[in-house]
Design a protein. Structure first.
Length: 296
C-alpha cells in the first residue's frame, strides 16, 4: 500500500510550483502593463522623436553650409571662406549633440533590457520548478491511490509550463529588438563628423527610423505577451487553486491514515513501520525539506 506521507509531500511540492507559477505570470502581466514597462517604451519613442527633430536641424545647417561653401569656392574671398567654416561648425555642433543623445538612448535601453532580464529570470526559475513538479507528478502516478490526482494535475502543469515558456520567449524576442535598437544608436556614435551635403542628417534620420521600428516591435511583442497572460489570469488562478486543494486533500489523508501510535501515547518507542518511503532517497529529502519549511 502506498505511503500517504509520500503522496502528501509530492502533492504539496506540486501545489507550491503551481502557486509560484501563478504569482510569476500575474506579476509579469502587471509589470508589462502600459502603466509600468509600457511607459518606459513610450519614453524611448520620445527619444526617437527627439532624434528626428535633430535630423531636421542638422539638415537645415547642412543646406546653409553647402551654400556658403559654393560661395567661397566661387569668390575665393577670405571672408566667404570664414563664413563657410562657421557654417560647417553650425552643422557639427548639433550633430555632436545628436550623437550624445544617441549614447543616452543606449544607456536607457540597457536599463530596459536589465528589467526584462529580471522578468525572464523569474520565469526561468518558475519554469524549472514546474519541470520538477512534472517529475513529481510522474512519481505520484505510480501510487494507485493518487493516480487520479496525478492525471488531474498533469495537464494543468503542462499548461502552466507552456504559458511560462511562451512568456519567456516573448520577452527574449523583445530584448533582441531592443538590442537591435541599441546597435543603431551605437552606430550613430561611430559616424565620422564630416560635412558632406546631407550625409550627417541622413545618418541621424536613418538611426531614428531604425529605433522607431525596433521599439515598436518591442512594444507590440510585449503587448502580445501581456494580453495573453491577462486572458489566462482566471484560468491560472483556477489551476493554482486546484493544486492547493489536492495538496490539502492529500494532507488530510495523511493525517487520517497516520493517527498517533499507541506506543507514542504511552511514551514507548514504536518499531519502524514498513512502507514508509524511507527506501526512496528522493522522498526522504523531500520530506526533510517539507519539515524544515514547516518549522520556519
Amino acid at each position: 500500500m502506498a505511503n500517504e506521507n509520500d503522496i502528501a509531500i509530492l502533492t504539496d511540492r506540486i501545489a507550491q510550483a503551481m502557486r509560484r507559477a501563478r504569482i510569476v505570470l500575474e506579476s509579469s502581466a502587471d509589470a508589462l502593463s502600459n502603466e509600468n514597462f509600457g511607459r518606459l517604451l513610450q519614453a524611448r519613442m520620445e527619444d526617437v522623436r527627439s532624434l528626428s527633430g535633430a535630423a531636421e536641424r542638422v539638415q537645415e545647417a547642412e543646406f546653409e553650409a553647402e551654400v556658403q561653401r559654393r560661395m567661397a569656392d566661387r569668390t575665393q574671398d577670405p571672408r566667404d571662406a570664414e563664413s563657410a567654416r562657421e557654417a560647417r561648425d553650425d552643422v557639427l555642433r548639433p550633430f555632436g549633440h545628436a550623437q550624445e543623445e544617441g549614447q543616452d538612448v543606449v544607456r536607457r535601453i540597457d536599463a530596459a533590457q536589465e528589467q526584462l532580464a529580471e522578468f525572464r529570470h523569474d520565469l526561468e526559475l518558475s519554469g524549472s520548478a514546474l519541470d520538477d513538479a512534472l517529475g513529481d507528478v510522474g512519481r505520484l502516478g505510480t501510487f494507485p491511490e493518487s493516480r487520479a490526482t496525478a492525471e488531474g494535475l498533469r495537464p494543468r502543469l503542462h499548461h502552466l509550463r507552456t504559458l511560462t515558456a511562451n512568456a519567456d520567449t516573448g520577452l527574449r524576442t523583445a530584448s533582441n529588438h531592443l538590442e537591435d535598437a541599441k546597435g543603431a544608436a551605437q552606430q550613430l556614435g561611430r559616424v565620422q563628423a564630416d560635412v558632406d551635403r546631407y550625409r550627417l542628417s541622413t545618418a541621424i534620420r536613418e538611426t531614428g527610423e531604425s529605433l522607431k521600428g525596433d521599439v515598436s516591435k518591442t512594444e507590440q511583442g510585449l503587448g502580445t505577451v501581456r494580453d495573453g497572460l491577462v486572458a489566462e489570469r482566471q484560468n491560472v488562478d483556477d489551476m493554482a487553486k486546484y493544486g492547493h486543494e489536492q495538496a490539502e486533500l492529500a494532507d488530510a489523508m495523511r493525517a487520517g491514515m497516520n493517527p498517533t501510535p499507541a506506543a507514542a501515547q504511552t511514551g514507548d518507542r514504536a518499531a519502524p513501520e514498513p512502507g514508509n518511503g524511507a527506501q526512496d532517497p528522493h522522498l526522504r529529502l523531500a520530506q526533510q525539506t517539507s519539515e524544515t519549511s514547516h518549522e520556519r
